[in-house]
Design a protein around this ligand. Structure first.
Ligand code: ADP
Ligand code: MG
Length: 595
């Protein structure tokens, strides 16, 4: 493997800085990537050290397989991965951090040192990288394993550096990321040091419960009951806390999906439902939830850092989780727990079977007389946990990686309407339909926000008679509706006249539309128009894109490529499908064996 030329390194450095925006958010994400690499390398002991919340230093040292010099050099190149051999696993949640992008991205935005050695080689290797440029490669007498130090993250990307928070906040995230890895890999010894103080020193544990005890203490461990339930497809393991032992935040709730720390709004909802009748609102029992299911039932690519997944059969997952928790907390005691003998009887109210879901797909309220008010819809569940934010494309103010390419050339079309482009980043395949959805979506969203949505008159106008609650909501927001392009007026008691619709919704049935919007206003009225209108806008963009797809001329395609490059989130459609697939020149070279 030859060393890359200086020019290569420079242009890659720029690409990597851009890519870093997707991979590296903050010191905690560096920790996660490095620790997961150590685990992949078979480490049995991983030591993490941070200084200044990780802002000045994140160092991870492992006793794993280590790398020889060639591989060490390769490891910091973009798309360099020793794991691509397992291509068939690409879909499986158990593989692939960022397909060989993590080290390249991290070393592009930090002062980076890698020291590594294999047990079978005499001399180890040390590589110094400064903002993506290799400064030095030298022999180093280091023990087998790998040590990577990441200093002054984002020192060369001021726009990102200013997004880092105080050392204390960053350390909270670092600690959380560390906890997750420690819980997901109980057989590995972990140490966390912060500013020269030892925060955790965890010996290899026999099982999850032992690791929980080491991390959270005896009291938490004593209030846990094992979960073991499944339906042959979705299997639940881990531990659930017995009420009323709980706290006011989700600090004690951790979820693993096929062994990886992750989350999903549907899981938060299930956990809430399971505890609803036994815990006061706003309190959270400890919960260490392990879900195992076939990898084709989980989509891990909805969140760039894989902090959140989407299930292909969410109702099924939800029901199994609810049942698993209910069975655990109504079941017999754990051996060694301090609960008195008589509490081994199922507590009243806990042993009821899970109520059947109603036709909306949500579980019915338990028939308790003191049933709290109905749960909010799933989308409103705000997970506090760091790895489970409700992710939707194009959040306001979200930083994006910038244009996917600078220059490009339209080469033609292949397959079912895919567009082939040559760009300064390599070969790009674009799905014009998804690209179009993205462009339309952002345009509509901006127009809605500015109140600049053109209307289309309805002939004849429609009259609608919403429920009185809906009518109230509409009445209160007539102004907002007007800004969004609706012509709505009330005449008579509770009857509304609709004489215009926003152009992007012109084909919709006015009565359904207005009653949906009224419901949205009632639930999310406090949010901006953008929040509750988002799904409707995404759907409208989708409908428009279908109509336009077939007729695109070359000139229109060029306009589309340009428009896409200017969007906030050029890489996915508003429904999360890829808009473009990039094959970098380097990747092509590698594939053709032209190293
Ligand atoms: P990925 O993990 O997706 O392969 P990374 O950029 O995280 O991509 O790492 C690139 C490659 O560097 C890995 O595939 C692996 O071969 C090597 N590597 C990284 N960290 C370590 C480590 N701690 N020990 C051994 N090899 C490592
Ligand atoms: Mg990795």
């Amino acid at each position: 493997m030859s060393e890359p030329s200086a020019i290569r390194v420079l242009s890659d450095a720029v690409i990597n800085q851009i890519a870093a925006g997707e991979v590296v958010e903050r010191p905690a994400s560096v920790l996660k990537e490095l620790v997961e690499n150590s685990l992949d390398a078979g480490a049995s002991r991983i030591e993490v050290e941070v200084v200044d919340g990780g802002r000045r230093l994140v160092r991870v040292r492992d006793d794993g397989a280590g790398m020889d010099r060639d591989n060490a050099l390769l490891s910091i190149e973009r798309h360099a991965t020793s794991k691509l051999r397992e291509l068939k696993d690409l879909d499986s949640i158990a593989t692939m951090g960022f397909r060989g992008e993590a080290l390249a991205a991290i070393s592009a935005v930090s002062q980076f040192t890698l020291a590594t050695n294999r047990a079978d080689s005499a001399a180890g290797t040390e590589i110094l990288v400064f903002g993506g440029k290799i400064q030095d490669v030298r022999d180093a007498g280091v023990p087998p394993g790998t040590e990577i130090a990441v200093r002054n993250l984002f020192f060369n990307v001021p726009a990102r550096r200013k997004f880092m928070r105080t050392a204390q906040t960053e350390f909270t995230h670092v600690r959380q990321a560390f906890l997750l890895e420690a819980l997901a890999n109980t057989g590995v010894a972990f140490v966390l040091r912060a500013d020269d103080e030892e925060v955790y020193n965890l010996p290899a544990a026999r099982d999850l419960l032992e690791r929980i005890r080491d991390l959270y203490g005896d009291e938490v461990a004593a209030h846990l009951r094992p979960m073991q339930f499944g339906n042959g497809v979705v299997e639940i393991g881990g531990y659930a806390g017995v009420p009323p032992f709980s706290r006011l935040d989700r600090e004690w709730q951790v979820m693993f999906i096929n062994g990886r720390p992750s989350g999903s709004p549907v899981l938060n909802f299930a956990v809430q439902s399971a505890y609803r009748s036994v815990l006061a609102g706003g309190r959270f029992a400890p919960l260490f939830l392990q879900i195992t299911l076939p990898s084709d039932l989980v989509d891990v690519n909805v969140h760039p850092a894989k902090k959140e997944v989407r299930f292909r059969r969410p109702t099924e997952v939800r029901d199994v989780v609810i049942e698993a928790i209910r069975m655990a907390i109504s079941g017999p005691d754990l051996p060694g727990s301090r609960m008195p003998e008589r509490s081994r009887e199922p507590a009243a109210g806990l042993s009821r079977p899970a109520p059947a879901p109603d036709e909306t797909g949500r579980p019915a309220e338990p028939p308790a007389p003191s049933a709290p008010p109905p749960a909010p819809p799933v989308a409103v569940v705000q997970p506090r946990l760091d790895w489970a934010p409700p992710s939707s494309p194009a959040q306001p103010g979200e930083e994006t990686a910038g244009s996917p390419w600078g220059r490009y050339r339209l080469l033609g079309r292949v397959g079912e309407g895919y567009v082939v482009l040559e760009t300064d980043q390599g070969l790009v395949l674009m799905d014009p339909r998804s690209a179009h959805e993205r462009v339309l979506y952002e345009r509509l969203l901006a127009a809605v926000e500015k109140g600049a949505v053109p209307s289309q008159g309805l002939l004849p106008p429609a009259t609608i008679q919403p429920s009185s609650a809906q009518g109230q909501a509409l009445r209160k927001h007539l102004d907002l509706l007007k800004r969004m392009g609706f012509g709505v007026a009330e005449f008579g008691s509770g009857t509304f006249l609709v004489d215009a619709l926003p152009v992007w919704l012109a084909e919709a049935a006015p009565d359904r539309l207005l009653s949906d919007i009224a419901d949205g206003l009632m639930q999310g009225g406090k949010g901006t128009a953008r929040d509750w209108a988002r799904p409707a806008i995404a759907a409208a963009a989708g409908r428009q894109a279908v109509g336009l797809q077939r007729e695109l001329t070359d000139a229109e395609l060029r306009a589309l490529v340009r428009d896409l490059a200017r969007t906030e989130m050029p890489y996915t459609s508003p429904r999360g499908k890829p808009t473009v697939i990039l094959f970098s020149t380097r990747e092509l070279n590698r594939k053709f064996g032209r190293d």
